[in-house]
Design a protein around this ligand. Structure first.
Ligand SMILES: Cc1cc2nc3c(=O)[nH]c(=O)nc-3n(C[C@H](O)[C@H](O)[C@H](O)COP(=O)(O)OP(=O)(O)OC[C@H]3O[C@@H](n4cnc5c(N)ncnc54)[C@H](O)[C@@H]3O)c2cc1C
Length: 381
């Protein structure tokens, strides 16, 4: 059978490209090298927070909110609408919240400003001494990153919308006079009109020489997860002072340029640490994260293990914000993604073969909206 489109890589970016092409009636095959996807799309917080993105990417994030809610009507993909809240801890951070709220209000993106009292009432588990004020985005979502992408790709396969094949490592994509061949490790070949490669941070199998010149960098993030803490109620995505000092949306605010880093933040900023909390349905809380960077072939240099000194810094700052019990950590891991100075890396390696990867730290938020636009552009709609 000849497909209209083959998507290589069933992370969130590839899965949503397959989904949007199928919604246009295209005959789509989605391939992943693993038995169950285990790339960035399963290693993250699962915060869907358009409020944190630049103006351009906020629009993709808002489209994703619509798509996620439509999907959740069809089956439980773990999508929950509990909103997101940014907690300011000093005057400078509060100023940025006010500026972002003004900008988003002008753009028609809803938010609510809460005083310290309002935040303490809504989130009594947060340490009141940390809180200056908070900005709440009621429309925003969270998902369970350990389950969501698997459930969506399985659903697409089971409903026949997309043919999905796991354990299918693509080792070559070949442009022909008409269409393309996609070759799997075991020698099987599939035929398609178009190929999109969403390979996440796997840069050594397909087009390694090309990737080596791509200026993509790899980011390593350390994450921790607590045991279920059912006496804590933090259903919203919680983003804190260092996040306000880091996320793209705030960098577009007028006072960002003059923002100074207080001494208490110096060491944390050096390790790229900002503190986010995401509580799952079972009460466990994902806490992170830190950022270390390396070139495209730098995975081994970064190492796969968490560094205890970085985890300690994360937990020390986390405990300043949230009253966490002693010995509450059940899991630690390092997550990775590729990122590019253009916000995403898109390149036609052949006439009908396109690479789309390097979406950085915003893929759970923006992939669906971005993929919708990308597919519409591919089919010139
Ligand atoms: C720790 C951490 C926290 C994050 N938190 C958030 C968050 O809260 N909100 C947010 O919006 N974003 C977050 N992100 C970013 C988000 O996770 C990524 O942007 C997104 O998952 C990238 O998706 P992807 O599909 O490009 O890559 P991946 O999920 O890595 O998927 C790529 C897939 O391609 C497959 N593949 C690769 N090569 C081949 C091949 N040759 N043949 C077949 N299959 C192949 C892999 O097996 C993999 O399944 C976070 C990321 C990390 C690491």
């Amino acid at each position: 059978m000849k497909y209209d489109l083959i998507v290589v890589g069933a992370g969130v970016l590839g899965t949503f490209h397959a989904y949007h092409a199928a919604r246009l009636g295209k005959n789509v095959l989605l391939l992943d090298k693993d038995q169950q996807q285990k790339g960035s799309s399963t290693q993250n917080f699962g915060q869907v927070v358009p409020s944190g993105l630049s103006s351009e990417w906020n629009k993709y994030g808002q489209r994703s909110l619509v798509h996620y809610l439509e999907l959740q009507q069809k089956a439980d993909f773990t999508i929950r609408q509990h909103g997101s809240v940014y907690i300011a801890s000093d005057d400078a951070e509060q100023g940025l919240l006010e500026e972002l709220r003004e900008k988003h209000t002008e753009e028609g993106y809803e938010s609510l400003m809460f005083s310290k009292k309002g935040i303490v009432e809504r989130f009594p588990d947060l340490n009141p001494d940390y809180i200056k004020s908070g900005l709440f985005y009621p429309q925003e979502l969270s998902v369970d990153p350990r389950q969501m992408v698997h459930r969506i790709s399985d659903y697409l396969n089971e409903t026949g919308m997309v043919h999905v094949r796991y354990n299918h490592k693509v080792v070559a994509t070949i442009q022909k006079m008409v269409g393309c061949d996609v070759e799997i490790e075991n020698g099987t070949t599939y035929e398609s009109e178009q190929v999109i490669i969403c390979c996440g941070y796997s840069f050594k199998t397909l087009y390694p020489a090309f990737f080596a010149e791509s200026n993509i960098i790899i980011s390593k993030l350390q994450m921790l997860k607590t045991k279920p803490l059912t006496n804590i109620n933090l259903k919203s995505n919680i983003l804190t002072g260092l996040t306000i000092r880091r996320y793209e949306s705030f960098t577009e605010c007028p006072s960002f340029e003059a923002l100074e880093t207080p001494d208490r933040y110096q060491e944390l900023k050096e390790k790229g640490i900002h503190i986010l909390f995401k509580q799952a349905d079972d009460g466990s809380i994902i806490i992170g994260d830190s950022h270390e960077y390396a070139g495209i072939n730098g995975l081994s240099e970064l190492g796969c293990d968490s560094k205890p000194e970085i985890d300690d810094l994360i937990m020390k700052e986390a405990r300043r914000i949230l009253n966490l019990p002693e010995d509450c950590i059940a899991e630690r891991w390092a997550g990775f993604y590729g990122q590019h100075e253009d916000d995403i890396f898109v390149h036609d390696v052949e006439r009908n073969i396109k690479i789309i990867t390097g979406i950085g730290g915003k893929g759970m938020t923006s992939s669906s909206g971005y993929a919708e636009a990308s597919i519409r552009s591919l089919y010139q709609i």
